[in-house]
Design a binder for this molecule. Structure first.
Ligand code: PLP
Length: 389
């Protein structure tokens, strides 16, 4: 179907931060499949994990215990706030699972009237009917029938609006710590801490969508760690599979209490192939020094983007981000900047609020960051020339 406005380009292979087309042209990948290829392309550890598993066992269904799933869940529990993990295949499915967990928590606690979720304007939680309603973006909802009920939208970053929106029917607040698709809006630590306090006061759950920010992208394993608080439920996907479809809902024992046997499921969720890759991704990201390295590279990228802003003051109006999720706000149509970057063989990704995102693989090296910045600078030169023409 014609659901994507695709670039007319076919990649045939990839290695590290580089992609090669079927015609043999090399592109520097600062999009990472929109934060999916956390370890770049063809990472030897992921290739080994996947091929080894492929020779043993692909799928059994969740009718049986799945060893790789238990192992990965155990690792995630060890290194996060969570006590329980449910595996699925995508970000939207993880967000759906998080919404269901939050509603069902109140249901089994004897408060079935608590089912509404407070979400932020500018959010993106996926393309299923419930996650579209959760984000409330009219552009994506149009033509798909009545909006799924139960979501109350407030401005991102506005604690007072959340306080006022909480009512007797509220089950949870669901937020991206950094809004990615919405334009790389970083939730301040005070805001996230304030949300935690409001949720505790009201006896409702705090749900973080870390589908884009998770698994090292923010410079910490999860972005919530920057704020010093923890959510009750968290949706993850993208980076955890490093390119293999894998998502998960993480929750505390209490928040997971509603999702008992038979209440939720997913045929492919957490199958042996996916979880073998997920465990290998975690092994690499949790190696001593890896996340510190991401933070150093993020600083380098940030400083370079500040220089880009100095170089193009009327075109680049703001630089923002967290870790290796960076955004430049441009005085141009983001697709024009993306196209100009493509002409310089650099892949970047558009976002809302006139932002262009740079999401290099977490394994990017300093030299590649320098190269990416040079290409971006040339691309922005093309854009500013076409604007003055
Ligand atoms: N949540 C966030 C924060 C995302 O960035 C995305 C995808 O961009 C999703 C959910 C949806 O993920 P998926 O496309 O895997 O369903």
């Amino acid at each position: 179907m014609s659901t994507y406005a695709r670039q007319n380009i076919v990649f045939a292979r990839g290695e590290g931060s580089w992609l090669e087309t079927d015609a043999g042209e090399r592109y520097l990948d600062f999009g990472s499949g929109v934060a999916v290829n956390a370890l770049g392309h063809a990472h030897p550890r992921l290739v080994a994990a996947l091929t080894e598993q492929a020779g043993q066992l692909w799928h059994t269904s969740n009718l049986y215990r799945v060893a790789g799933q238990e192992k990965l869940a155990g690792r995630l529990v060890e290194v996060t706030f969570a006590d329980k993990v449910f595996f699925c295949n995508s970000g939207a499915e993880a967000c759906e699972g998080a919404i269901k967990a939050a509603r069902r928590y109140h249901y089994v606690a004897g408060n079935p009237e608590r089912w509404r979720i407070i979400t932020a304007q500018g959010a993106f939680h996926g393309r299923t009917l419930a996650t579209l309603a959760a984000a409330g973006n009219p552009k994506y909802l149009e033509g798909f029938g009545p909006e799924a009920p139960g979501f109350d939208h407030v401005p991102f970053g506005d604690l007072e609006a959340v306080r006022q929106a909480i009512g007797p029917e509220t089950a949870a607040v669901m937020i991206e710590p950094v809004q990615g698709e919405g334009g790389v809006h970083v939730g301040a630590a005070d805001y996230l801490r304030g949300l935690r306090a409001l949720c505790d006061e009201a006896g409702i759950l705090l749900v973080f969508d870390e589908v884009q920010t998770g698994v090292g992208r923010s410079g910490k394993l999860f972005s919530y760690e920057w704020s010093g608080i923890t959510p009750d439920i968290m949706a993850i996907a993208k980076g955890i599979g490093g390119g293999f479809p894998l998502g998960a809902v993480l929750a505390t024992e209490r928040a997971a209490s509603g999702l008992t046997a038979g209440t939720h499921g997913s045929t492919f969720g957490g199958n042996p192939l996916a979880t073998a890759v997920g465990s290998a991704v975690l092994d690499v990201v949790l190696e001593p020094g890896f996340l510190e390295g991401v933070q150093q590279k993020a600083l380098r990228l940030r400083q370079s983007l500040a220089r880009i802003q100095d170089q193009f003051p009327s075109l680049v109006t703001e630089v923002r981000g967290q870790g290796l999720l960076a955004g430049i706000k441009v005085n141009a149509a983001p697709p024009d900047v993306v196209a100009a970057a493509l002409s310089e063989k650099l892949l970047v990704v558009g976002a809302g609020d006139n932002v262009v995102r740079l999401l290099p693989p977490l394994t990017v090296d300093e030299q590649e960051i320098g190269e990416g910045i040079e290409r971006l600078s040339r691309a922005l030169t093309h854009v500013s020339k076409s604007q003055t023409r």
